[in-house]
Write a protein that binds this ligand. Sequence first.
Ligand code: BDR
Ligand code: CA
Length: 320
Amino acid sequence: RKKLILDVDTGTDDAVAIMLAALHPELELVGVTTVNGNVEVQFCTDNSLRVLDHIGRADIAVYEGADRPLVRTGHPIVKRYDEGGEKYHPEELPVPPARSAKAEKTAVEFLIETYRAATDPIVLMPVGPLTNVAAALAAYPKFVKLVPELIIMGGGYAFGNVTPSAEFNIWGDAEAAARVLNSGFEKVTLVPLDATHQALMTLADCDRLAALGTPAATATAEIVRFRIDVHDKYQKMGEEGGSAPVHDAVCVAYLVDRSILSTTRYPVEVETASPLTVGTTIVDTQFRSGMKPNVDLALSADPRKFVDMLADTFARPHGP
Ligand code: BDR
Ligand code: CA
């Protein structure tokens, strides 16, 4: 089984990512770390615990991480970020309250200790702002050599979703993202909006999941219907109505089946200075910068394989 650690800001699509990672038979979710992002970090932690309890995986520990970006003070991400005036990511996801509690250790302690002790490869999958990963690098510079692979949800080549050019996770902590992309991790796959907006889930997909009747399928159907509702009102990027991306879960699916995304190797940097474009991922598709390619960038995705994987995984018996 492939091992992974999910670094999340749960979050509606993060919740689906957690369920897929915890229930897919080919994956072993070693732990979950949380970071301030979609909601304040204590809500990200509580939502992650709720989801794991709900699907009968309370054995997977949740470690709370950064409550604010690495460098910036007064960043709007610390107090609720609202997409168009409606909460895309509720502080309490629609699953019962958590019975289990967060782990003692912090996210950074867990990350460093786990990678120092690891004997098998563990993929690190950040699907929120990159604060915890940058903090682990700062606290323990050898961290960069210990992580065999990063799969990051973040960035946008053709468009942003917070500003005209910046995507939420990178914009949420641009300095952390710049540090992570510049540190020389051996293998980094960046999964930007360009790819996740091709793996849309539809209302019909939600009906298909709901009909399965398992805890994960039912919760995902409800969460994705809610995402579609908000997406239709505020975030459409030319898509047809009745569909929405479920960004973070696409990264988990890709770890299982590498044919779900197609990637190209490019130099990618993060803008940290310009007020207009802060948090934008600058992709050097023409190789003008002279910089060595540092990222496998996913620019397209196979929506059917992704949705089929969710349905097949969530159909398997599970529960509290
Ligand atoms: C990313 O931002 C968050 O709102 C989602 O959870 C996802 O990780 C998409 O831009
Ligand atoms: Ca997220």
